[in-house]
Every structure is written in structure tokens, then in C-alpha cells.
Design a protein around this ligand. Structure first.
Ligand SMILES: [Zn+2]
Length: 211
């Protein structure tokens, strides 16, 4: 766009040759609206802009605007631009899809571990799969400790080295399950199931180690 065609508000005294520009940023891809096509969500960006600012939408995506733009590109360049944009969009969609599927398959395993004949420990494994909406495991362990008035700590998993789990003194497997499902303290920040939070299907009680 040349300085002649740029829309300069009459009140703005822009230095000669430098049109005053009001850059608006897209809420979807965070680029300026003019650059949405370089993001990975052009379809969503366009729909958002059309709803929010029909004038700017018309300015950027009208037949005339698109024709103007195409004129400055060879057909080959234009087609490759379009292909790239569609490809980025498909990739981003596939990624989001995969993340949703992974979360749906995530499981929290609650198990009773018999330490001695009379001492049982409740193990919560898999909470890390539902972070980051949840606070740190340490904070949750502390909350569970005061909730049950017993000891709770964060420990590295024996079966899954490098992954932390929470160990609580005593058998509170059913109680922990209820707290999780009811989003009761210390799980009050767990999002609802519809937003990827844990649901009944994500909780497994592993009784193999019991008794
Ligand atoms: Zn955008």
C-alpha cells in the first residue's frame, strides 16, 4: 500500500512520507491482521475478523483486495502461498487433535501399596498428565496431607523412572478418587471433563498390590 492510498485520520499529523498506521493484532494468531495468512489458522482468523470488524475484513479479503494482491504475484507464487497456508492449517489442526486424544487417554492410577503387613500407602500416579492447570505435585501433596491428617509426599515412580507420583500414608484410595471427581481441595483447579479434566473413565484403581 503506498502513502497515497493509506487511510490517514485527518487529525493525525504524520511526517511526510510516513503514514500514521494503526496496527491491529489478530486475537486468533496474534499477528497483525494483514499477516494472518502466515499463521496456522487462517480460516479461524478470517471468521473472527469478519464477525468483529467487517470493514477491515472487506478491506483485506474482498475480491478487489485479493485481485490487487495477486497482481503483484505470479500465479505460481500465489498458488504456492495458498498451498503453504493450507498446509500450516492442517498441521496445526492435526496437532490439536492429537493433543486432545492423548489427554482423553490419560489415566490417573490410584493404587494401594502394602509396605508391611499393616502399613498401606496410597499412590497417585498420572496426575502430571493433567498439569499444567493443576498446581505443582508438591502443593497437591501438602493439600492431601492436611485433608487426611496424614503424611503425603512426592516420590519418583519406581516403574516409571523420571516421573513423580504422590504417596500418602494409609489407604485413602476411594477418598482421593472422590476428591478428584468432585474437584474438591486440593483438586479445585482441575478443569471440567469437557475441557480435558479427569473424569471417571480416567481413573483406574489398581488393586494388584493390595493386601
Ligand atoms: Zn490471525
Amino acid at each position: 500500500m503506498s502513502a497515497d492510498t493509506a487511510v490517514v485520520p485527518p487529525a493525525a499529523e504524520a511526517p511526510a512520507g510516513v503514514p500514521a498506521r494503526d496496527v491491529h493484532y489478530c486475537e486468533i494468531c496474534t499477528f497483525p491482521y494483514e499477516y494472518c495468512e502466515y499463521g496456522s489458522s487462517l480460516t479461524k482468523c478470517k471468521a473472527n475478523l469478519e464477525a468483529k470488524n467487517p470493514e477491515l475484513y472487506a478491506q483485506l479479503y474482498s475480491e478487489a483486495a485479493l485481485t490487487d494482491k495477486l497482481k503483484s504475484l505470479t500465479t505460481e507464487q500465489a498458488e504456492s502461498l495458498e498451498r503453504e497456508s493450507a498446509k500450516r492449517e492442517r498441521k496445526a489442526q492435526a496437532k490439536a487433535e492429537k493433543e486432545r486424544a492423548q489427554l482423553a487417554a490419560s489415566k490417573i492410577v490410584l493404587s494401594r501399596i502394602a509396605r508391611t503387613k499393616r502399613k498401606v500407602i496410597t499412590c497417585i500416579h498420572g496426575l502430571h498428565l493433567f498439569s499444567p492447570p493443576l498446581p505443582q505435585l508438591k502443593v497437591i501433596a501438602k493439600g492431601l496431607s492436611s485433608q487426611f491428617a496424614t503424611g503425603a509426599s512426592v516420590t519418583q515412580s519406581v516403574q516409571h523412572p523420571g516421573v513423580d507420583e504422590i504417596h500418602i500414608q494409609g489407604d485413602v484410595v476411594d477418598e482421593v478418587k472422590n476428591l478428584l471427581l468432585q474437584r474438591a481441595k486440593p483438586f479445585e483447579q482441575m478443569p471440567p471433563e469437557s475441557e480435558g479434566g479427569v473424569g471417571e473413565k480416567n481413573i483406574v484403581i489398581d488393586d494388584k498390590a493390595a493386601k
